[in-house]
Design a binder for this molecule. Structure first.
Ligand code: GCO
Ligand code: MG
Length: 418
């Protein structure tokens, strides 16, 4: 119905070969929930896009199934930009995590198809390699400072050049980012786990953690820390200043960023580099932050930011202001997102770092991929497209399991940012 009427033919097939004939949403839970969009063209080429929004998975699945897929059938899969504009401008209701995650899934699936048509990896389509591999950081945590330091040591032993460190906060049960032994996994229960938060205790312990980490591990390793939006701007300024001697690679989500001007206060007091943006979904969420050089790294990644097409705009805009990328890469982003992100990281001139948490074995089995970690970096593969596929038979053996992220309250019961 919407296919181009032109009969133009290229060496990579006619518009008719590229016509989208099917698009399906696959929901699976191999270790955790993932939503994946699979688009198929008339010639049988398929592309995959990640559509996972942690704790709100079915909202995106429905948005895609009910409102997007009917619009895709019959279109030319090669018109990536036009389809992006159609889904963004054309929908009238713009932005928001659900919409932008759905658009991202379509966009990445189309770039995957384009890569397969061209016989090239996505990084090549974007303009080619800018580096040999993407510097990544792992997640170390411990119930106290000593345990966190041991965990950082284990990451260094595995070859990591950069490590995010979180430790328990005295008097706070279930502090963000801490788990007993197993990999940190926030979406644990069907209804949100209620946790309690104490800002004064936190502000005291974090400088002690980083003092210890520098004493134990020296200055060579890059150290990062995630505040997870829990501080007010002036508290964030105090923390950023107090960790300055330990030269962090970045301090992440130091305060909520709905009011982008908040970051001015932090900047006035500290030279600790700042990262923000994993919950952003468009360039408009970070416009003021970037053009006023209030941040150093933008964290928004492919799956929640409208795909490669929109992220490219954000990264180019950031480059004008010396802001570098530091893509979100927690385990709630599927290997499909990681594959696409690594192609982007391999190309983007203003690359900073890529977050890397280990997916569960079942996740890796359901999503076979050709990216690999060595020498502190992740390397995307050379397969056409983004190099990640899905084993649908195996995926069907892991049915969706409702899980939500925890919530946090202050000690007096006031609802707070988790
Ligand atoms: C990070 C993030 C995650 C988020 C998670 C929410 O920096 O990796 O803060 O741990 O909490 O992605 O779904
Ligand atoms: Mg974070």
């Amino acid at each position: 119905m919407n296919a181009s009427s032109s009969s133009e033919t290229t060496s990579h097939g006619s518009h008719r070969d590229r016509e989208i004939v099917d698009a399906r949403v696959i929901v699976t839970c191999p270790g955790r929930n993932f939503v994946t969009l699979k688009i198929e063209t008339r010639s049988g080429i398929t592309g995959l896009g990640d559509a996972t929004l942690n704790g709100r998975e079915l909202a995106v699945a429905s948005y895609l199934q009910d409102h997007v897929v009917p619009n895709l059938i019959g279109r030319d899969a090669g018109r990536i930009e036009d389809i992006w504009q159609f889904l963004y401008r054309g929908a009238y209701w713009r932005r928001g995590p659900v919409t932008m995650t759905a658009i991202a899934a379509v966009d990445v699936a189309l770039w995957d198809i384009l890569g397969k048509l061209a016989g090239m990896p996505i990084y090549q389509l974007l303009g080619g390699r800018s580096r040999e591999g993407a510097l990544v950081y792992g997640h170390a945590n411990g119930r106290d400072v000593a345990e966190a330091s041991d965990a950082v040591g284990r990451f260094i032993e595995q070859g990591f050049l950069a490590v995010r460190a979180q430790c328990g906060v005295p008097g706070v049960k279930k502090a963000y980012g801490i788990s007993s032994g197993k990999a940190y996994e926030p979406a644990e229960s069907e209804l949100p786990l209620e946790t309690v938060w104490s800002t004064p205790q936190y502000l005291d312990i974090v400088p002690q953690l980083f003092e210890r980490l520098r004493a134990d591990h020296g200055n060579d390793v890059h150290l990062l820390h995630d505040v997870h939006h829990r501080l007010t701007p002036i508290e964030a300024a105090r923390l950023a200043r107090s960790v300055e001697p330990y030269r962090l690679f970045w301090l992440e989500d130091a305060t909520p960023a709905e009011n982008q001007k908040s970051f001015e206060l932090i900047r006035q007091h500290s030279t600790t580099p700042l990262a923000v943006g994993e919950v952003f979904n468009s360039i408009w969420d970070c416009k003021h932050l970037i053009e006023n050089q209030l941040i150093d790294y933008i964290r928004t990644t492919i799956v929640h930011g409208g795909g490669i097409t929109h992220l490219r705009r954000m990264a180019d805009f950031a480059a004008l202001h010396q802001v570098r990328t530091g893509f979100h890469g927690a385990t709630d982003l599927s290997p499909v997102c990681m594959g696409a992100a690594l192609h982007f990281d391999t190309w983007v001139p203003n690359f900073g770092i890529q977050e890397y948490m280990f997916h569960a074995d079942e996740t890796n089995e359901v999503f076979p991929h050709d990216y690999a970690f060595h020498d502190g970096r992740l390397h995307c593969g050379e397969a056409p497209g983004h190099g990640v596929s899905i084993d649908e038979k195996l995926a069907a053996r892991f049915p969706y399991s409702p899980k939500q992220l925890p919530v946090a309250r202050l000690e007096d019961g006031t609802m707070w940012d988790w």
